[in-house]
Design a protein. Structure first.
Length: 175
């Protein structure tokens, strides 16, 4: 993948918070350093907007996390966790993230999707067709191969996980 990154590019960063959180937890037993992931993704360019899509729970235990994101300059969009009659739970922002990226695309030169979710492949293809450079950042071990393939650039957080994680890693890093 060969992409051009220069300081005058207008960049929008869209963070699938749940996807990254669960990847880091399941692979490394750690939490994500979202500030470092955003800085790496931005690569010294002009940040137009960074948005994290987050799920709120009844307990509200995530409030400090949301505040920390906002202190980093990351806007948060929240949605309540859905609990269904049978006890199943769902928290999904895929459509909201996609709509926001499409709405902002005319004001951006590059779109960074921080997710490994293959459901975003059609979004990547659309954004590229309207002239945006589309980059993906996520843990490669839990990322869709097709998403990586269609993106103009892929930042694999597994290449240097300590840089992107907050707490001690449970599993050894495998190359």
């Amino acid at each position: 993948m060969s992409v051009i990154k220069h300081k005058n590019q207008r960049v929008g960063i869209f963070i699938d918070t749940q996807n990254l959180y669960h990847s880091a937890k399941n692979i490394y037993g750690a939490k994500v350093n979202f500030d470092q992931v955003v800085k790496e993704s931005l690569a010294g360019r002009f940040l137009t907007r960074a948005v994290a899509y987050v799920i709120t729970t009844e307990s509200g235990e995530e409030k400090n996390f949301f505040e920390a994101l906002e202190k980093m300059g990351i806007e948060t969009k929240t949605k309540n966790l859905q609990v269904f009659a049978g006890g199943a739970k769902k928290g999904d922002w895929d459509v909201g993230l996609a709509v926001d990226a499409i709405k902002l695309a005319p004001k951006l030169d590059a779109v960074v999707l921080i997710t490994g979710d293959g459901d975003f492949v059609p979004l990547v293809e659309f954004l590229k067709n309207v002239g945006c450079q589309v980059e993906v950042a996520s843990f490669g071990k839990s990322s869709s191969a097709r998403l990586i393939e269609v993106a103009d650039d892929f930042i694999d957080l597994d290449k240097n996980p300590r840089k992107y994680l907050i707490s001690k890693m449970r599993n050894k890093v495998r190359s």
